[in-house]
Design a protein around this ligand. Sequence first.
Ligand code: HSE
Length: 309
Amino acid sequence: MIKNKQYHVAVPATTANIGSGFDVLGLSLALYNEAVFTVEEGLSFSDLTITAEGEGTDEMAYGPDNIVCQAMKRTAETIGKPLPGGHLHLINRIPFARGMGSSSAAIVAGVGLANLYFGEPLSKKEMLSIAADMEGHPDNAAPAVLGGFVISMMDEQGVRGETIPVSSEWQAVVAVPDFELLTKEARAVLPDSYSRKDAVHNIGAVSFLLAAFFQKKPEYLRIGLQDRIHVLYRLTLIPGGREVVEQAEKAGAYGATISGSGSTMIAFTDRIHAEQVGIAMQQGFASAGISSRIMVLDFDRLGVHRLKA
Ligand code: HSE
């Protein structure tokens, strides 16, 4: 029996903003969603069947509205060729609607699968352009495509992304609470404009944040995570969020903040303190009656990549 051809990709979780880098900075984490496309030549892409396991399976679409499927379609249109039908299987490990880039990962998986099917005609920059355009902001899509700590920007000329090296001695500890927070809701609480004082504050903070990562100087992280664009406003939507930051820092974290638009909180730490920082973060949420799961994660360096089918 001839086995149908399969294409298999992995896409990392991402944490956007990193405190003061609102809509610009993002970092990929070594926690991966996978997507497998089994081709049935002769069938039409509109007949694609979809199955899934893991996170968020009861909240996602299984028809043409599925984000992975839409991103495959969009990528095929960009390349200018039709995709065949078949079956799509999704393995979801990234918590859903928690500020860890699950929607970007779904988009990037679709872009990656279609690109793979057509023999990889698109560069990573072109893949990023499709993904960022679909998502509306590039700070999750850029590290999901490129991997690592990524500075990205979208303007009239398109999207730019640049990876900077990160220390392999640092780890991220995430506390994922048992409630979801949609990015749309978390953006709705932000003001339309800011004072010059707050803007200058953020320019200073983000400069120190970059110095912390560039020069591997963890002592700059706390100032780098001090943000006046989104964190203060969003903490009102995350019960226990403030306590999580306090407890994480007391337990030895370099610094802590909201992951993306929340509800997950993230701390950066050395390997020695990671476990106790996780326990402290969980206690921070518990003080507000919120239960949470802890994950200690290395940074990813690969971005979207092919797995052996
Ligand atoms: N920069 C976006 C926001 C990321 O904070 O709204 C969403 O994950």
